[in-house]
Ligand binder design. Structure first.
Ligand SMILES: Nc1c(C(=O)O)ncn1[C@@H]1O[C@H](COP(=O)(O)O)[C@@H](O)[C@H]1O
Length: 153
């Protein structure tokens, strides 16, 4: 993520990865404030064996795009809500990538962070039957919870 101030949002990705037992790390690596660190992180991502990078940032959110520019490891972008423009700036900064350098872009905020993690789980589950079983169980439990919803009428 671009700043520790993104943690409230990005913790939802971490919680989801923890739930599924997917090994992960959480770091602050800002393209704007730490450009050399960002380049080093991106260059080492493939050799270190990372299989996906969930990149959350707010405002002029160049972090996901710059990561994608420097690595072919899939980058999943999460727009963090910003103070003045409520994350629409973050969303547009992340989603409008030029042809050739894709960033998979998720919804603004907590749901986007959680869904980015679930998307990573889906990709990893293609080659991990145990993880696929846990993902199917998660979906089934979610379905049951939705069916059990009641209304105050
Ligand atoms: N968008 C970026 C980048 C980047 O894209 O490199 N680095 C920090 N930020 C964002 O700035 C916002 C405010 O950061 P501070 O709260 O630290 O001032 C955060 O949402 C962060 O993701």
């Amino acid at each position: 993520m671009g700043s520790s101030s993104d943690w409230d949002t990005m913790q939802h990705a971490v919680q989801m990865l923890t739930h599924f037992g997917v090994a992960h790390e959480a770091r602050v690596v800002s393209a704007h404030r730490m450009p050399d660190d960002l380049f080093a992180y991106a260059e080492q991502a493939g050799p270190r064996g990372l299989q996906a990078i969930i990149a959350g940032a707010g405002g002029a959110a160049h972090l996901p795009g710059m990561l994608a520019a420097k690595t072919t490891v899939p980058v999943l972008g999460v727009p963090v809500a910003s103070r003045h423009l409520q994350g629409v700036d973050s969303l547009h900064s992340i989603v409008q990538m030029p042809k050739g350098i894709p960033v998979a872009t998720f919804a603004i905020g907590d749901a986007g962070a959680a869904n980015a993690a679930l998307f990573a789980v889906s990709m990893l589950a293609l080659h991990d039957p145990d993880l696929a079983t846990r993902l199917h169980a998660f979906r089934a439990a979610q379905t049951e919870a939705a069916r059990a919803m009641t209304l105050p009428v």
